[in-house]
Design a protein around this ligand. Structure first.
Ligand SMILES: Cc1cc2nc3c(=O)[nH]c(=O)nc-3n(C[C@H](O)[C@H](O)[C@H](O)COP(=O)(O)O)c2cc1C
Length: 160
């Protein structure tokens, strides 16, 4: 089963956490994961994917224009019926990472994706709207991102 991770990362934090999610996914059987910077997304692989995960830095308490533009212009991508998940990095705990995630989730809902965060009911590390870290403590949040990826891959194998 294929899974795509699509992200924007200007200074590398979001890309680094995408790698951690990927390694968590790859602990599950029968999973092939590829990461795509937002300006170089392989349409065929995404269309073949069972889950598409979006990663964003938090800019002005929201996602970035690059992610919004991609979503606005994503008509050629078949996202309907796939699992859709979101993660964010941010500078400040009060900096709006959840709003960044929710902006993307709005799009995923309109696309008909099956939005999945894992959810806090699965226990620690708790996921709420998606995986989130501040740039200053990415290392201590690696487990959260690893488990986030693993849970998405588990769900892919269960559903598809
Ligand atoms: C233009 C700009 C705006 C930002 N706005 C916010 C913000 O509103 N809230 C916040 O928590 N962090 C903000 N940040 C910090 C970034 O979200 C944070 O450094 C992030 O990890 C960068 O991700 P990247 O290294 O993948 O590019 C901003 C950074 C930039 C460059």
């Amino acid at each position: 089963m294929k899974i795509s991770i699509i992200y924007f990362s200007k200074t590398g934090n979001t890309a680094k956490m995408a790698e951690v999610i990927k390694s968590g996914m790859e602990t599950e059987k029968n999973i092939e994961v590829r990461m795509f910077p937002i300006d170089n997304v392989d349409k065929e692989f995404v269309n073949d994917s069972k889950a598409v995960v979006f990663g964003t830095p938090t800019y002005y308490a929201n996602t970035t224009w690059q992610i919004k533009k991609w979503l606005d212009e994503s008509g050629a991508f078949k996202l309907e019926g796939k699992i859709g998940s979101v993660f964010a990095t941010a500078g400040y705990v009060q900096g709006g990472a959840d709003t960044a995630i929710l902006t993307i989730i709005n799009h995923l809902m309109v696309k008909g994706m099956l939005v999945y965060s894992g959810g806090a009911s699965l226990g620690q590390p708790y996921a709420h709207l998606g995986a989130v870290t501040l740039q200053k403590n990415m290392e201590e949040n690696e487990e959260q991102f690893f488990v986030f990826g693993k849970r998405i891959a588990t769900k892919v194998n269960l559903l598809f």
